[in-house]
Design a protein around this ligand. Structure first.
Ligand SMILES: Cc1ncc(COP(=O)(O)O)c(C=O)c1O
Length: 751
């Protein structure tokens, strides 16, 4: 019966015998020098020319394993020819692993290309650490598609079997050191073993680390040797073997930093999955534990080979001690594992301390501390799921995979600015123009980073194109946060504040806009009228097409431009068209987009006619560093794609009307509901007291009651008495039903 390769004694050929073997089997005549090996014999054969490395296998080795190794190396050489793997050489017999009959039996013998370089250790600089990680990942990538039936073999060294080291731990003499290793194995069994089956796995080198690579003058890998531990295993465990070797011998205060730089290098080729980051530190510790344990056990058996076997022990013990005193959770975080959430109360306190009083208040009496989003759901730090019926920014659903991946892919590839030529920006601009109504002349696009900036730029266009200086907005509008646009946002005006160049009008449909009066007060100075197509801050309103068309006409007659602010109402929100102005049958001079445009990635736009752009270009040029960067453009393109593919405008109409009919029915039985106003998935529920006066207190209570039920809505309007429902457009019937049931319950309980 053949013994396992670790138990069978290593072959014991002398250097002279090895030289004879190399000549006989491979025709390579030269001097043989022992390179040291754990279970085989490895010799450098120096023939004064290219030479080679001869490997004489242990009697326990199987031909299938040698075939696995050889095929893997040949595969790597084909897939990534620049990876410096040691190529196998054919023997005179045309085999890769001819046999040589020794005194104890037949040994397989292989000859590999001799690689050049030096060995390295803690002196490696940051660039070398990064390059190491990147090369390790490249080797894993090269082996991605490789398979061989022998790859399922088990070796004690494999981290998959770390828990199998238990019986050998008794070979560690010092009880406190034994305890260090036992702690690692305990943690491994608790945290890694159950998750091992979920880790990305493939055939991996199995022992790629500083001792099996050669380095060039800059410390970059110039040779990858010894595929003797190759097997099917977790990618991250394979990398952990390399990381453990990079950390050895470094000063304690440099260990984690060095590890992170190597991880950066690895992730430059293979981004680690969250689960992989979570177990990486435990795998590095398991590798160190394996080194010291197997070493203690083998020294007992082969005391004469002790120097080779124990070469890494001291450094490994030092690292195990460092990890132990640091605490393994902290070590995991040092290597990139996610932190557990801070308690909500503490986070709220730190928010106000670090960010100060000018930042907007948190929504809800009991703040929502979110850690994750998916579709229409948000998840809080306590693991509760909240139905998001409020946020329009994640228009295609929180963290939609199409958008997320578009952003991540482009981030990995290139992110730069519009002074260079790149495709996503141009494609986005053309795509946006194509969504404008035919014949509108809206043919020119400028990309910026927020709705505020879009309106600010629209304002500059209007100033340049009209020579006017003043604007008109609705009486409780919000258009943004810059100095100019705060002036166009009466919702935010301090009491008594009224900028000289801004006039307000009542939203159309609320009993006669006073447009003529406003124009008279401006005395011919009008540059632009800004209108949010859903009058969101004015309480969510959908006036008739005639009323809005009249506003636009009066604006034009007064020499002003009409800005359709689609930051809230655009991207299909109203369930009719992509842009809300279309339903009014008007043609804006400027259209501004924002919020939902990147599903959360900051991107915004102004779309206008060429002659308006020309008028600003006559005096200046506009550049926004991040405006229309390639990642932002990809996010915006992906959002448009998902809206189309998911038929989300239609969905907004259908689910919105289901929601509305349920809410209308509710209104019939709830006197506090004065009116339900809605288009698509934008719904305003106006609350009033029996005498008709607005009831903001009830609105405030209902919003907070629903939050306690796990449903997020908001409120709006001049009196803050309008419940605002504005979910992601992937809101489905079942979500609408949950929402209506909760609103009914809350209304019934409070009125
Ligand atoms: C209608 C409207 N326009 C513009 C803005 C400003 O957008 P941002 O916050 O991205 O600057 C908002 C923001 O709420 C908005 O509702």
């Amino acid at each position: 019966m053949t013994k396992s390769v670790l138990e069978a004694p290593p072959p014991r050929f002398s250097a002279d015998e090895v030289a004879t073997i190399a000549a006989a089997l491979f025709g390579l005549e030269g001097r043989a020098t022992d390179l040291g090996s754990e279970r085989d014999q490895t010799f450098l054969i120096d023939d004064g020319g290219a030479g080679g490395v001869l490997k004489i296998s242990n009697l326990g080795e199987e031909a299938a394993v040698l075939e696995l190794e050889t095929e893997a190396i040949l595969h790597v050489a084909r897939v990534d020819p620049e990876l410096p793997v040691a190529h196998p050489r054919l023997a005179l017999s045309d085999e890769y692993w001819p046999r040589y009959d020794g005194p104890d039996g037949p040994h397989y013998v292989r000859l590999f290309e001799r690689l050049h370089g030096r060995s390295g250790g803690p002196e490696l600089d940051d660039r070398a650490l990064f390059a190491y990680g990147a090369t390790h990942a490249r080797l894993n990538l090269a082996l991605h598609g490789f398979f061989h039936p022998a790859a399922g073999r088990k070796l004690l060294w494999h981290l998959a079997a770390a828990a199998d080291l238990r019986p050998q731990v008794s070979a560690i003499v010092d009880p406190s050191r034994r305890r260090l290793v036992e702690n690692v194995l305990d943690r491994y069994e608790e945290r890694v073993t159950p998750r091992w089956p979920m880790l990305r796995a493939q055939v991996v080198h199995g022992d790629l680390n500083l001792d099996n690579v050669l380095l060039d003058d800059q410390g970059r890998i110039s040779g990858i040797a010894d595929f003797g531990d190759i097997a099917f295993g977790a990618q991250v465990a394979d990398f952990a073997v390399g990381v453990a070797s990079l950390l050895r011998g470094r000063p304690a205060d440099d260990v984690f930093r060095a590890g992170r730089i190597a991880i950066d290098g690895y992730q430059s080729r293979i981004p680690l999955e969250p689960l992989e980051l979570d177990v990486l530190a435990d795998l590095v510790a398991a590798r160190l534990a394996a080194i010291v344990t197997i070493s203690a056990w083998r020294v007992q058996r082969y005391p004469e080979n002790a120097a080779y076997i124990q070469a890494w022990d001291d450094d490994s013990w030092q690292l195990l001690e460092l990890f132990d005193t640091t605490g393994y959770d902290e070590v995991a975080r040092e290597f990139g594992a996610p932190r557990s959430p801070v308690p909500t109360g503490e986070l709220a306190r730190r928010r106000s301390e670090a960010l100060g009083p000018a930042l907007t208040d948190l929504t809800y009496r009991r703040p929502v501390h979110v850690v994750r989003g998916e579709g229409v759901w948000l998840f809080d730090a306590d693991g509760n799921r909240l139905l998001d019926a409020y946020n329009n920014v994640p228009v295609v659903g929180h963290c939609h995979p199409r958008v997320t991946e578009a952003v991540v892919r482009q981030t990995r590839l290139l992110n730069t600015h519009a002074r260079y030529l790149y495709e996503p920006l141009i494609e986005l601009a053309e795509r946006l123009v194509a969504t404008m109504p035919p014949g509108s002349g809206l043919d020119t696009v400028m990309l910026v980073n927020s709705g505020s900036e879009a309106n600010e730029l629209a304002w500059r266009f209007a100033l340049a194109a009209t020579g006017g200086q003043a604007g008109i907005v609705t009486e409780h509008a919000y258009h943004g946060v810059t100095t100019a646009i705060t002036d166009f946002s009466p919702e935010e005006w301090p009491s008594g504040f009224r900028p000289a160049n801004v006039e307000t009008i009542a939203p159309p449909g609320t009993g006669g806009t006073d447009m003529q009066a406003a124009l008279e007060r401006l005395q011919g100075r009008l540059a632009a009228t800004f209108i949010d197509g859903a009058f969101t801050s004015d309480g969510i309103r959908f006036p008739s097409a005639e009323e809005v068309a009249a506003l636009v006409e009066e604006t034009h007659a007064a020499g002003g431009l009409f800005v359709a602010d689609e930051v809230q109402a655009g991207h299909g929100r109203t369930g009719e068209h992509l842009w809300s102005f279309v339903r009014y049958g008007v043609t804006p001079d400027l259209v501004t987009l924002g919020k939902p445009m990147g599903n959360g990635y900051p991107v915004a736009a102004v779309i206008t006619r060429r002659e308006i752009a020309d008028s600003l270009a006559a005096t200046t040029r506009v550049f926004s560093t991040f405006g229309g960067n390639p990642v932002a453009a990809q996010a915006a393109l992906a959002v448009l794609d998902v809206i189309e593919d998911g038929r989300l405008v239609e969905n907004a109409a259908r689910v919105g009307s289901r929601l509305a009919s349920s809410l209308d029915a509710l209104r019939a039985s709830a006197p506090s509901i004065a009116e339900v106003r809605r288009r698509g998935l934008l719904v305003g529920i106006e609350l009033a007291m029996p005498d008709g006066t607005p009831d903001p207190e009830l609105a405030e209570r209902l919003v907070n009651d629903l939050r306690e039920e796990g449903i997020l809505i908001g409120r709006t309007g001049r009196h803050e008495n309008v419940l605002k429902i504005r979910p992601p457009l992937v809101f489905a019937d079942e979500h609408a039903d949950v929402l209506v049931a909760a609103v009914s319950g809350a209304v019934a309980a409070r009125t």
